[in-house]
Design a protein around this ligand. Structure first.
Ligand code: GLP
Length: 241
């Protein structure tokens, strides 16, 4: 695992956007796995700026969602589908058919999970997966005690994650209890994992991820098992390393 400490979130975003630019030069139709949350926004902003100034051609890139809420009505502004369309797909000038994600409003959620794992494999697998980290060490929505071999499946959110994500909704009651997430085993199949963590609130989770044992209690620690994992942290998130 490679750990890179940068000054702040903006520098982290620029660094990771540079890596994505390099990937797109080598493989213009790369499949880019994207995370939601506040942390990756500087990456998407930096990448969008490069596309707009003509220094990066992302026109053939493909985008894959990491996770999704279950049960939000189609088109809900806080569904991760809507969020990724708004924050990544549209700013990069891509069309909706260059974007894939699990169907959180499917009647048969289990079948939707299996279909998504299959679709990712048929698309050739994720080339670079951007990850954030929850304050409890989760990646995607793989909460503590998730199997390190897990596949895309339905999960129940912990109260802490619902509290953390309540800021995106009018009140906590509106935060769904259930989600679909790529499993840890699914995530580990991406060719390159890039986790960005910023702010002091992530320092403990980062320390356990990087320096602790590989353990289901800290899902992000599974990155230690991956042959090409990069953890980019700002000085505050690195403060307990
Ligand atoms: C959610 C997402 C994760 C994300 C996490 C942290 O739980 N499912 O993919 O990493 O939030 O979000 P933030 O970056 O806003 O702290």
């Amino acid at each position: 695992m490679e750990v890179v400490i940068v000054k702040d979130a903006k520098a982290g975003g620029e660094l990771i956007a540079d890596g994505i630019a390099g990937l797109l030069r080598r493989k213009p139709d790369a499949l880019l796995g994207v995370a939601t949350g506040s942390t990756p926004l500087p990456i998407y902003d930096a990448l969008t700026a490069r596309v707009r100034d003509g220094s990066v051609d992302a026109s053939r890139a493909r985008i894959a969602q990491l996770d999704e809420y279950v049960g939000l009505p189609a088109g809900h502004p806080e569904s991760y589908r809507s969020t990724v369309l708004r924050q990544v797909v549209e700013p990069l000038g891509l069309s909706a058919d260059q974007f894939m994600g699990p169907d959180g409003s499917a009647e048969d959620v289990q079948a939707a999970c299996e279909a998504y794992d299959k679709a990712l494999a048929e698309a050739g697998g994720v080339d670079l997966q951007i990850l954030g980290i929850g304050t409890d060490g989760h990646i995607g929505f793989n909460e503590p005690c998730s199997s390190l071999a897990s596949r895309t499946r339905i999960k129940t959110l912990t109260e802490q994650t619902r509290v953390d994500n309540a800021r995106f909704f009018d009140d906590i009651e509106q935060v769904p209890h259930h989600v679909i997430t790529q499993g840890i085993g699914t995530i580990l199949e991406a060719r390159h994992l890039v986790l960005l963590a910023t702010g002091e609130g992530k320092a403990e989770a980062v320390a356990q991820t990087v320096e602790g044992p590989v353990a289901a209690l800290v899902p992000a620690s599974a990155l230690q098992l991956h042959p090409h994992a990069t953890v980019v942290v700002d000085e505050a998130a690195a403060s307990k390393l």
